[in-house]
Design a protein around this ligand. Structure first.
Ligand code: PXP
Length: 255
């Protein structure tokens, strides 16, 4: 299981005071030193956290997978093609949202997505689509010829709840409300894998809800930001990354 840390919130904190610190690129280094396998950053249209120069510095300095999240617009695809991250994850974006809400409507936006995906693939960039665990969206993603999908785990996380304890006792069943969302994720992951797509997952994941998720065998990558940066306030960034890796390990089925 690969763990990619989303460092957007470090940039949010930096931008709040207009100082050069905390530096998201320094955060990326600490995350990788602590055992993370890659770094994810979302360049939003309004540049509210990650900025263009962060993307350039990440590309120049990262010695691990760099996953750039962005909207499927001409501007963003132009930046991605010029910067050449290892992966581009296309996400829906609305200016007024606090964070990415919902998955891409691949079924409804097939044509415009196809153009952007072709430009990225021509530049030899792996493309991932952030989608809800919906069979029609999985099928439409495959039809567009992308290498990966990232399943939106927000509904699962929400159903799981955000209370204590900080890790779920994996010998106990999931909270009832989370079971339906978990089943949807498991079915979409299986469907995607059978169609030849690599399966990532992310959004709202915490040390509490991640253990059950890693039992879905087709999921090979997680993108996690908010919970790790929140835990870092109390445990240091390296400590928070290690706590997440330990939670993933606890969830792994024993052979
Ligand atoms: N994956 C995608 C596509 C996202 O947009 C985000 C949020 O930026 C994440 C993962 C990480 O979500 P969280 O910050 O809730 O861990």
């Amino acid at each position: 299981m690969r763990l990619h840390i989303n460092i957007d919130h470090v940039a949010t904190l930096r931008n709040a005071r207009g100082t050069p610190y905390p530096d998201p690129i320094e955060a990326a280094r600490v995350c990788l030193d602590a055992g993370a396998h890659g770094i994810t950053a979302h360049l939003r249209e309004d540049r509210r956290h990650i900025r263009d120069e962060d993307v350039e510095r990440l590309r120049a300095t990262l010695r691990a997978t760099f996953n750039l999240e962005c909207a499927a617009t001409d501007e963003m695809i132009g930046i991605a093609v010029a910067t050449r991250p290892d992966v581009v994850t296309l996400v829906p974006e609305r200016r007024e949202e606090r964070t990415t809400e919902g998955g891409l409507d691949v079924v409804g936006q097939r044509e415009s997505l196809a153009k952007h995906i072709a430009a990225l693939q021509e530049a030899e960039i792996k493309v991932s689509l952030f989608i809800a665990p919906d069979p029609a969206q999985v099928e439409a993603s495959r039809a567009l010829g992308v290498e990966q999908i990232e399943l939106h785990t927000g509904e699962y996380a929400h159903a799981f709840g955000f209370g204590r304890p900080s890790s779920h006792d994996l010998t106990r069943p999931l909270p009832d409300v989370a079971e339906g969302e978990y089943a949807r994720l498991a079915a979409a992951a299986k469907q995607a894998h059978e169609l030849g797509l690599e399966v990532a997952a992310g959004h709202g994941l915490t040390t509490r809800n991640v253990g059950a998720l890693v039992r879905i065998p087709e999921i090979v990558e997680l993108n996690i930001g908010h919970a790790v940066i929140a835990d870092a306030v109390f445990m240091s960034l390296a400590g928070a990354v290690k706590a997440m890796l330990a939670a993933i390990e606890r969830g792994r089925p024993t052979p």
